[in-house]
Design a protein around this ligand. Structure first.
Ligand code: HQG
Length: 181
């Protein structure tokens, strides 16, 4: 499968399933789920033909495993990254002692004051994988890696959630839990 084509479909799916389901006449259900049938029909209506076979390939081969099907394969959702109003229904989980967040050096001053804030998304995104986090950071400018003292945050009562593709989520990371890698 042509990688460019897969990427283009993945971007359309992210847009619809994370940000603007209304742009194709859809609403996200509980947990951010949408019936696959409805999604395909909505794409069809908006002139972007997407078959179930192709959708399966996009979900399976997505570089960051951004999407998942329900157990019975009839529903689909984005695993994280939403700006649309939705409760993903993740249960609180115990994180590893240290998590990483990649950002751009230009953000450091503000992060030192306010900590990590979620901006337009529902959560601050973190990972145990430093390489991945540096790639995330490069999207914003000169990359820098921050270590998050998740152990202490947990001890202090902060909640963490983990997605099916191992992205760790939390509401806010106050500056005292951050250190530069
Ligand atoms: C920064 C991608 C100033 C934060 C990736 C980041 C990720 C602050 C930017 C996922 C700040 C927000 C999320 C503060 C945080 N002052 N800047 N107080 N607090 N920031 O895109 O984490 O490809 O919303 O460091 O893989 O970069 O979309 O978040 O630089 O998992 O699937 O504000 O998006 O996934 O940017 O990326 P974003 P992110 P996808």
């Amino acid at each position: 499968m042509n990688e460019q084509k897969l990427k283009k479909i993945s971007k359309s799916l992210s847009y619809v399933l994370r940000h603007r389901p209304d742009s194709v006449g859809l609403e996200l259900g509980d947990g951010g789920w949408v019936a696959v049938e409805d999604l395909l029909a909505a794409f069809q209506r908006s002139g972007k033909t997407l078959s179930r076979e192709l959708l399966d390939v996009v979900v399976a081969e997505n570089d960051k495993q951004r999407f998942e099907f329900s157990e019975d394969n009839t529903q689909i959702r984005a695993r994280q990254g939403h700006s649309a109003e939705v409760d993903l229904g993740y249960e609180p989980a115990t994180p590893p002692d240290v998590l990483y967040h990649g950002t751009a050096t230009k953000n450091l001053e503000s992060i030192r004051q306010k900590g990590l804030i979620k901006a337009n998304r529902h959560h601050v995104h973190m990972s145990t994988n430093k390489e991945t986090m540096l790639d995330v950071a490069k999207r914003h400018g000169k990359p820098i890696l921050l270590a998050v003292d998740a152990k202490q945050m947990l001890a202090d009562g902060h909640e963490f959630f983990v997605t099916g593709n191992s992205v760790w989520l939390t509401d806010h990371v106050p500056p005292e839990y951050l250190s530069q890698e």
